[in-house]
Design a protein around this ligand. Structure first.
Ligand SMILES: [Zn+2]
Length: 363
């Protein structure tokens, strides 16, 4: 970032640096636990488990993060997700606990954190139910200690699990009856595994009525996949959905049906799904009234956290602090909570914003 862009002053006399924005209270709907591991914690795991990765910390860091100077590339990005870090249940617990504990440094007030039980369990064939229980337990403990409100989405990966595998796993996990799990997420390779292939699974989720669904769509695929995710998979929210910018009819449909796009500026740039982050579609979509929210996706892989995305939103897309408040209120509105819980979250959130503004008013 250039030096002259470091400080942002608004007409109302508020001064926001990136450090100040770090304290801005944030509501996040789209962040993967698997992309949120603190690098030092991952390094410790790698040494403890004697894994085949660099022993020099800087080299290690470079090996787990998307290269800063690299051209955007979807496969380079996906290649950073590995599932052989964990060799015991204790490893899964520790990495989750430390990841959630870290969220407070990003100003998180409320988060819906998503994780794939299959990702954590596959390498060692851990019990999927036990892994799920442990992750929720570790996350809740860290969130309690930092005063963050946390809920969870269970991720199913379209390229790594077939629908025939997803359904029995889902049936097992729902029986755990964990109240903090509020949603189901479909992630992974959009191009080769279109929404239609998972219709039976999402019909079942819809029929059960226990969870709402968020589907990754329109990240690198055309807007037809967003339509299909809503109409056939009953998606209540869409992960990314950037191809909406090319489809005015879809923009109207999202407004009418109140389906929210979980947008991720840095992630979209690094994966190559949107090449010009200074003109990320979230600016235009927000101003057209399409429901959108700002999210980090995989901050530790990206080497930039949600605060960095907020900074870009102000700096590149000219969002004001009041726009950011509006986007966060929108995130509360589209969170997977009851209306009663949302009303309480809104009150508490606005109190946090008021404290933040008082603290950082410069004149
Ligand atoms: Zn994602």
């Amino acid at each position: 970032m250039k030096a002259e862009e470091i400080e942002l002053t608004e007409k109302n006399g508020l001064l926001y640096t990136e450090e100040v924005l770090r304290e801005f209270p944030k509501v996040e709907l789209h962040r993967h636990l698997e992309g949120s591991f603190p690098v030092d914690c991952l390094y410790e795991l790698s040494v403890k488990n004697n894994l085949d990765s660099p022993r020099d910390f800087e080299e290690f860091k470079a090996s787990v993060q998307f290269p800063r100077e690299s051209e955007p590339d979807f496969l380079t990005f996906l290649d950073k997700f590995k599932n052989d870090w964990y060799r015991s249940y204790e490893d899964v617990y520790r990495i989750t606990y430390n990841s959630v504990k870290n969220l407070i440094n990003d100003g998180i007030f409320y988060i819906e954190l998503r994780f794939s039980p299959e990702h954590f369990a596959l390498q060692n064939d851990f019990d999927r139910e036990e892994v799920t229980r442990l992750i929720v337990k570790a996350g809740n403990k860290a969130a309690r200690e930092t005063n963050i409100i946390i809920k969870y989405l269970l991720t199913f990966n379209r390229g790594k699990q077939t629908e025939e595998e997803m359904i029995p796993l889902y049936n097992k996990l729902k029986k755990l009856g964990l109240p903090d799990i509020v949603g189901i997420d479909l992630a992974g390779d959009e191009t080769n595994y279109p929404p239609e292939s998972f219709k039976r699974f999402f019909e079942l989720v819809e029929k059960d009525g226990l969870y709402k669904s968020s589907v990754h769509a329109g990240e690198i695929s055309p807007s037809s996949q967003i339509w299909a995710s809503i109409k056939e998979l009953h998606a209540a929210r869409i992960g990314h959905g950037i191809s909406t910018i090319h489809d005015p009819a879809l923009q109207d449909f999202l407004k009418e049906k109140q389906v929210c796009l979980e947008q991720c500026i840095t992630s979209n740039y690094q994966t190559g799904s949107w090449k010009d982050e200074r003109h990320h579609p979230i600016g235009k979509l927000y101003r057209k009234g399409v429901p959108v929210t700002i999210n980090s996706d995989d901050p530790s892989i990206q080497g930039i956290d949600l605060t960095g995305d907020y900074y870009k939103a102000m700096n590149y897309l000219r969002f004001t602090i009041d726009d950011l408040v509006a986007l966060n209120l929108s995130a509360i509105k589209y969170s997977f909570n009851s209306e009663e819980v949302k009303a309480q979250l809104k009150t508490d959130y606005l109190n946090k914003v008021s404290d933040f503004k008082k603290k950082h008013r410069t004149r």
